[in-house]
Design a binder for this molecule. Structure first.
Ligand code: ZN
Length: 161
């Protein structure tokens, strides 16, 4: 897809939980952003590759299920925690993610506030002048009102999004 310049605006990586779909999605993003693309993979050493591999690339946005509370309203509120867990265990599951937060008893959800935040983030121009990427881990954890808010942008996202 990348070599033919035909990257669709939405891709779904599916499979059993913990089977590597999330690391595969990040590897795809790293290849997309790489400044020195190799024949079949990213170079792994350019500044874009390094930023993606640490999950700190400014044009790579992340959404994941959260235990909603007064202090946790969107994924942004737990981004440092998520980075730590993912970088240590790329094949992590929602169960492990919630255990690491001591939130085993809470419901993992992607709430409506998050959907509003996704729309806002994707309306900005990209920081580095290329693609803007939104990775939504476990989109099935969205409630109906979040999912409905995202229909339009899924079908007709802005350029290079
Ligand atoms: Zn690179």
């Amino acid at each position: 897809m990348l070599q033919d310049g035909r990257v669709p605006h939405a891709l779904m990586f599916t499979g059993p939980e913990g089977s590597g779909n999330l690391p595969a999605a990040f590897a795809f993003v790293q290849y997309l952003f790489c400044q020195n693309k190799q024949a079949h993979d990213s170079c792994g050493i350019c500044s874009s590759c390094l930023k993606v591999s640490k999950l700190i690339h400014p044009d790579l946005h992340l959404v994941f299920p959260i235990p909603v509370s007064k202090s946790v309203r969107t994924s942004n509120d737990l981004l440092p925690e998520f980075r730590e867990v993912f970088l240590e265990t790329p094949y992590t599951t929602v169960h492990d993610w919630f255990n690491s937060l001591d939130a085993e008893n809470k419901q993992p959800i992607i709430p409506t506030d998050e959907a509003n935040d996704i729309l806002k983030k994707l309306s900005y121009t990209s920081y580095e002048g290329g693609y803007k990427i939104m990775i939504i881990w476990q989109p099935e954890k969205m409630n109906a009102s979040s999912a409905n808010k995202l229909l339009k942008i899924l079908e007709e996202p802005p350029e290079q999004t």
